[in-house]
Design a protein around this ligand. Sequence first.
Ligand SMILES: C[S@@+](CC[C@H](N)C(=O)[O-])C[C@H]1O[C@@H](n2cnc3c(N)ncnc32)[C@H](O)[C@@H]1O
Length: 300
Amino acid sequence: MKDLPETERLSNVGPDSFGVRMPETPRSSSELYLDLLKRVLTRYNFASPYAEIRPWDTLWARLLQRLFQAPLQAWGLAIVRRTTVDPESRWEGRTPGPPECETQLSLRSLNNLQYCATEALKRGIRGDFIEAGVWRGGATILMAGVLEANGDRDRVVWVADSFRGVPRPDPTRYPADAGDTLFKDRILAVPMEEVQANFVKYNLMSDRIRLLPGWFRDSLPHAPIRELALIRLDGDLYESTYESLRWLYPKLTTGGYLIVDDYGCMQSCRQAVDDFRRQAGIREPLREVDWTGVYWRRER
Ligand SMILES: C[S@@+](CC[C@H](N)C(=O)[O-])C[C@H]1O[C@@H](n2cnc3c(N)ncnc32)[C@H](O)[C@@H]1O
């Protein structure tokens, strides 16, 4: 895949490849496993052609559902809408995945995560993997898959989330979050049991999966984590991003990777990253993941 950036050469998935282009070198069974894992987590090319009607669908669709859904339910029927999928935009992550997927990440973003995790293993970078802000757990499931596929027996995958959505903004301490309404979004509140069940569904539940429930400001300062080789931040807000950086970055080993999901799409997240990098004197350049994500490799 000559035209894919370095971080994506591990995967044969691109908007133009669509499974018809032969890779340059034969793929191993673990590469194929990880490729399939990413496609299933995102339902890329596996999405159902029908989906539930969601709050942001048209007024007509919502009215129809309200009028007829209850009586139809008695016969085991439901009103759904047809879904159309633009593979390129799904690959890039500009349109959300289908309602049943286990991650909101784009395939590009999962490719980047696989690249960072694999590089950390290949280069022998000490430490565990963590995501702060896991939703249904998809990205952490991929982290566990990468460890298994590479025969790693020692590292832990830390799964940090409130498991009840994002916090109410606290503008006194974090002015950049003033007026944010994401805390009302119930779709972001995924119970811990559902995340655990998703690990079981992918046959990746084990004692290496450690859950850290609670707001990051409370859970991360006392988390029994010693060293990290890979940190992925996906908590949207200034508070969530800054508190994660504050408590986790000092544990990132030299050579380890730091990925931030919302840098391009959330002004508050970008400000938190910029503030932290300035205060901590971090000069490693930001590299692009997809239309919103960035990452860097710790050099000192
Ligand atoms: C956008 S979703 C994460 C998407 C996920 N990485 C994926 O693979 O689809 C944001 C998540 O961050 C969590 N979150 C945000 N701020 C938080 C905070 N301050 N403390 C704990 N959890 C937080 C929410 O509960 C939610 O699950």
